[in-house]
Design a protein around this ligand. Sequence first.
Ligand code: UDP
Ligand code: GLC
Ligand code: MN
Length: 337
Amino acid sequence: MADQAFVTLATTDSYARGAMVLGKSLRNNDTSKKMVVLIGPNVSEPCQSALRRIYDDVMVVNVLDSGDTAHLALLQRPELGVTLTKLHCWTLTQFSKCVFMDADTLVLSNIDELFDREELSAAPDPGWPDCFNSGVFVFRPSVDTYDKLLQYCTEKGSFDGGDQGVLNGFFSNWATADISKHLPFIYNLSSIAIYTYLPAFKQFGSGAKVVHFLGQTKPWSYTFDPHTKQISGGVQDAPTHPAFLLDWWTLYASTVVPVLQEQYGDEPFVSGCLESQESDPTVTTETVQEESSTSHASVEPEMSSEQRKEQWEQGQADYMGMDSFDNIKRKLDTFLK
Ligand code: UDP
Ligand code: GLC
Ligand code: MN
């Protein structure tokens, strides 16, 4: 249906990469819906182009400006800024119904049936199940609702400092009013829940349709070696299920990297997507490692980019030669200077 869409948000290049993987996972599972990504103005041009290749619509939104009612609320709580940008999704009135998904979610099977649900449908938050988690929710775009949400922000703020606090405050009868608005947990299976209730995961986990890499450590915080399929790095003891993490990385390596590669041509295409160019607190050296170990950015003159792409897709990277870590690091360093 042309007037229904999946919507996500990315204000930085690393969340943009998350959005690319999410978009690919939706497409691979044959969604019949439109796909829209809202981006902040700081997302780099190559990442924007890559998103355009995957999404039907890439829309630049202001993170917030001084003319915005929500900005007044932000003066008191500046940390609200980024995730409150999510509220812009209510302005997408060209669509009658949408499903918002965080950029750190991954779709495992077709979930178009979510559009049978009404606003505001969402799954319980694993930390406080009387609240819904705002990583996946069904909503109806409406300028009226948008205005009311901004007004709510200004007057009441957010109890958790982000959109989830605002949305739970605004749609405050979610917990008790209508059970059909409680999405089954398999539509927003957070990696945290796997570890806090392992028996339930063993019983029901195989039915998971959406995995949510909730928490500070994201898939892109790790290092991935596409040759050995080994994942390493990240924060120790980060509660992310290795199988889902591998799913994310496999999709990133096989379908997103080639798209990024096209955007950069013969240039090292990772350069515009380096987290270290952004003021993101989750920046780690692993991010640089992960980019270099997956993207094979160095250029060997006698090989065309098409050949390099083919080799890369077959997992035949020249780890000791042109794709060696030192080689790539040297290249990256020139961009970071
Ligand atoms: N987000 C973003 N830029 C940021 C932080 C968050 O675009 O710097 C968006 C992105 O879509 C992300 C969502 O807001 O998935 C919610 O943030 P996050 O997933 O990090 O929160 P968590 O689910 O871990 O609580
Ligand atoms: C959460 C949600 C996320 C939201 C954040 C801030 O944990 O997973 O989607 O943006 O809280 O409220
Ligand atoms: Mn999230």
